[in-house]
Design a protein around this ligand. Structure first.
Ligand code: GAP
Length: 454
């Protein structure tokens, strides 16, 4: 297996474009920033929303066997005690006694067999000790230590806790799934690689409940479904890799886990875990709460605790993969033979934050502006449109190339029928990737573009 090519320069360019164009900003930036916390700007939020909407569409709405839920972030301490998080959700941490940095023990580099602090080179490190990754908080005004709650470290637990309520109200039969998209929080020791490892992030998780004998087969089924999902949002199969997590590294209760990895510019890293978690979670909560979380099979008259297969994806990591995949720099030569570098974000049209730019050729021609505004109004209810009348048309195209807008529509004098009556009510439609332009009738635009972005 060839490892991903490391390309720190590419990563730097991507980070700079994301800030310059309003995809991602450092959290609390004007106060010096908050490490491991990020805010999404106007383009970033659209990209993220397109990703979550598509996940919801294919994982919930297009399936008869999956329902959704939206659980609370604040979580009862007992939930995370029963799940094992309070006692074992930790990373090994060491302190550097020289520069006082806190480091994840498994990420401290070694030189000549001796561990060294990556920040100061110091060799005087403490012994590793566990550091719990959960953010705790005081719930209510009381100072009672029992009033401690947690910001959830994964969305999955609220699905297990609500299993019976969802089962009873949805009247689903096994196998069936409960899906959720939402925030999760982990006090990572070393947040790094931009939004890849952060302290506040979003997950898209499905808990797919089944009979014990179906577990291993469904694990493979969900792996394939998830790989297909990534290809459908524009991540090519050649840059996706499946790691079969070895027995020694799997959670003790899991009978099989795959990691889906992507070749980021900083190396091959996990996008999603697909795990067969057996009946561990439901059994834990059943025992700790004393409430039944089992399933009665009408046909066999058997009562048992369902097993679960869990595809668990990171929203932010997938957004980062989409951005890394889309980023391209190319040299283009204009009609006068002048070459320049074109930066273009080649997002799949389905994911692109803005779907189409609408441009009147000249802003000082009221008839062109009026027509362009009419085209904008025609398309806006169906997709995210950006209207731009400032600057030369070439510059307007370039601005949309950087935003990843797959289509550009220009309203010119032909549109008004001034030169050739046959071209009245037509516009030029420019394709971002090929930069080719074609003449299209205005009334054909809605169908043509909605098909392309679906
Ligand atoms: N419920 C299972 C679970 O939470 P996980 O492997 O710890 O499993 C699932 O997390 C996914 O959540 C990861 O594959 C990753 O995409 C995302 N994720 C986890 N920690 C993250 C972090 N600190 N920053 C960004 N995404 C994270």
């Amino acid at each position: 297996m060839t490892e991903a090519k490391l390309d720190p320069q590419r990563m730097e360019k991507i980070v700079s474009l994301c800030k310059r164009r309003g995809f991602i900003f450092q959290g609390s930036e004007i106060y010096g920033g908050l490490n491991g916390v990020w805010d999404y700007g106007p383009l970033g939020v659209e990209l993220k929303r397109n990703l979550k909407d598509y996940w919801w569409r294919v994982m919930v709405r297009e399936r008869e066997d999956v329902v959704g839920m939206d659980g609370a972030i604040l979580t009862h301490r007992a939930v995370l005690k029963a799940s094992g998080h309070e006692d074992t959700f930790s990373d090994p941490m060491v302190d550097c006694r020289t520069c006082k940095s806190r480091l994840r023990a498994d990420q401290v580099p070694e030189k000549n067999g001796i561990k060294q602090c990556p920040n100061c080179g110091g060799k005087d490190l403490t012994e590793p000790r566990p550091f719990n990754l959960m953010f705790s908080t005081q719930i209510g005004a009381s100072a009672d230590p029992d009033a401690i709650g947690y910001l959830r470290p994964e969305t999955a637990q609220s699905i297990f806790v609500q299993f019976k309520n969802v089962l009873d109200t949805s009247r689903k039969k096994l196998p069936f799934g409960i899906a959720q998209i939402g925030k999760a929080f982990r006090n990572e020791i070393n947040p790094r690689n931009y939004i890849f490892r952060s302290r506040e992030f979003e997950q898209m998780e499905l808990e797919y409940f089944c009979r014990p004998e179906q577990g291993m087969k469904l694990l493979d089924y969900w792996l394939e479904e998830r790989l297909r999902f990534y290809e459908n949002i524009g991540l090519p199969r050649t840059r996706l890799h499946v790691l079969t997590v070895p027995d020694t590294e799997r959670a003790f209760y899991s009978k099989g886990t795959y990691d889906i990895e992507y070749d980021f510019p900083f190396g091959r890293q996990e996008l999603e875990g697909v795990a067969y978690r057996t009946d561990y979670d439901l059994t834990q909560h059943q025992q700790a709460s004393g409430k039944p979380l089992d399933y009665f099979d009408e046909e066999t008259k058997q009562r048992f605790t369902p097993h679960v297969v869990e595809p668990s994806a990171g929203v932010d990591r997938t957004v980062l993969a989409l951005i890394c995949e889309a980023f391209a720099e190319e040299t283009v030569t204009d009609e006068k033979g002048k070459s320049e570098t074109r930066i273009v974000m080649r997002f799949h049209p389905r994911m692109a934050p803005i779907k189409v730019g609408v441009f009147p050729l000249l802003k000082n021609q009221p008839a062109l502006v009026e027509k362009a505004r009419a085209v904008e109004a025609l398309l806006r209810p169906r997709m995210n449109v950006f209207y731009d009348e400032t600057g030369a048309i070439g510059r307007r195209y370039r601005r949309q190339d950087e935003a990843g807008t797959p289509f550009g529509i220009t309203i010119d004098f032909e549109t008004l029928g001034e030169r050739d009556p046959a071209l009245r009510e037509t516009v030029t439609l420019r394709d971002r990737d090929s930069m080719k332009q074609e003449r299209v009738k205005i009334d054909e635009l809605p169908a043509r573009l909605t098909t392309a972005i679906q």
